[in-house]
Write a protein that binds this ligand. Structure first.
Ligand SMILES: Cc1cc2nc3c(=O)[nH]c(=O)nc-3n(C[C@H](O)[C@H](O)[C@H](O)COP(=O)(O)O)c2cc1C
Length: 364
């Protein structure tokens, strides 16, 4: 199996740990993935909430401070590992969070939930930071690459193709098309590769995200044309994942039919353990919760009190409130059957006998 190079950064194993917002993938998970030889990703969204930086009102001050803390934490675990940040275009403080990530030494910025059309301008002072858009279609990749090439004279350093039929969290596809059988993950992976090769004469890694759980899934992805995989749900039930134990227990307890689609106030569908969605909504109505921070650029709860306040629903779940917290997950979450370690997952995926071979080991 080949290593993975994204811009100037190389990891021994072709694996990116998917960003999981609102402190499911903080510095601890990202650091351990980086230490084991993958790309560890701190998700920027809503990071400030469950920290001493947050006083109930200063969301936008707390968020970048918390992001910098988490990146530092990750590098403490993996001093020479590859640690990146996931920044969602849909959040209000997108620009500030990308800049905070670069200031704190993130080596890669991965960006989706919208088209990251201006990302290169935000990182212009940090040319060593690799830029990776997340797309679910060749058309979106084409738009981004054209804009980046024309306006900034650069191409992405990798592209993540996220499958709306399997991935967790917010999904880049219309609700009615998800699960309809129309979407072909690996046709999209190959389509993006052909676009980059034929139109831009560029060999850029294309990463498949969504539905990868086992070594068999990983080998399948590579055989179908991906240069690597992005995996998120698989890392939740690890000792190192930053979520509360109850969040992890929700994965252990859930069945396949408990995993469903919800409509997010961000205007995107999302995949979650969805049985309590009405309870979440009722809570916000009953307690007359007003939009506390304006964390999303576009939010139907902020403007019309429709649906529910998503960042606080995710935050409650991260802290272990499964009654009124929203547990995002991919379609494979039901497969979790024990709490394991990041190293054990790497051992299984890459068939390592005694953990990371010495020559591949990243400090820590
Ligand atoms: C709990 C959870 C939170 C997520 N949060 C984010 C996020 O903040 N930003 C993002 O781009 N993707 C997010 N995702 C999507 C993942 O990064 C990843 O691409 C996807 O879940 C891959 O599918 P898998 O979970 O089947 O491995 C999230 C996924 C999960 C399960």
């Amino acid at each position: 199996m080949k290593n993975l190079s994204i811009g100037r950064h190389t990891v021994p194993y072709p694996l990116i740990q998917g960003g999981m917002g609102v402190r499911i993938s903080g510095g601890r998970l990202a650091g351990h993935v980086a230490r084991c030889g993958g790309v560890g990703i701190v998700a920027a969204a809503g990071l400030g909430l469950n920290t001493p930086h947050y006083d109930g009102k200063n969301f936008f001050t707390a968020d970048p401070l918390a992001l910098k803390d988490e990146i530092r934490k990750a590098y403490k675990i993996a001093p020479s590992g590859v640690v990146g940040v996931n920044c969602m275009v849909a959040v209000t403080n997108y620009e500030e969070m990308v800049e905070a990530a670069c200031e704190a030494g993130a080596k890669i910025v991965i960006s989706g939930a919208g088209l990251p059309l201006n990302l290169p301008s935000l990182t212009a002072d940090w040319p060593e930071v690799a830029l990776v858009p997340i797309v679910s279609s060749v058309k979106a990749a084409d738009l981004i690459v054209r804009k980046w090439s024309k306006a900034y004279g650069r191409l992405p350093d990798a592209v993540v193709v996220e499958d709306p039929d399997t991935a967790g969290g917010h999904l880049g596809e219309r609700m009615e098309r998800i699960g309809s059988g129309e979407y072909d993950q690996y046709a999209t992976v190959r389509g993006v590769r052909d676009l980059l090769r034929e139109k831009w004469n560029a060999e850029i890694p294309v990463i498949a995200a969504g539905g990868v759980w086992s070594r068999e899934d990983l080998l399948h992805s590579l055989k179908e044309g991906a240069d690597g995989v992005q995996m998120a749900s698989r890392f939740v039930c690890t000792e190192e994942c930053d979520a509360n134990d109850s969040f992890k227990q929700a994965y252990l307890d859930c069945n396949q039919e408990d995993i469903g689609l919800i409509m997010s106030p961000a205007g995107l569908p999302g995949r979650a353990i969805s049985a309590n969605i009405e309870k979440i909504r009722q809570r916000d109505i009953r307690m007359d919760i007003r939009c506390p921070s304006g964390c999303l650029k576009k939010c139907s709860y902020k403007t019309g009190r429709e649906l529910f306040c998503i960042v606080h629903a995710l935050d409650r779940a991260q802290r272990g409130d499964l009654e009124t917290g929203l547990v995002f997950c991919g379609t494979n979450a039901w497969k979790a059957d024990r709490i394991t370690t990041v190293q054990a997952i790497f051992d299984e995926l890459f068939q390592l006998a005694d953990g990371v071979p010495r020559e591949n080991a990243v400090n820590g």
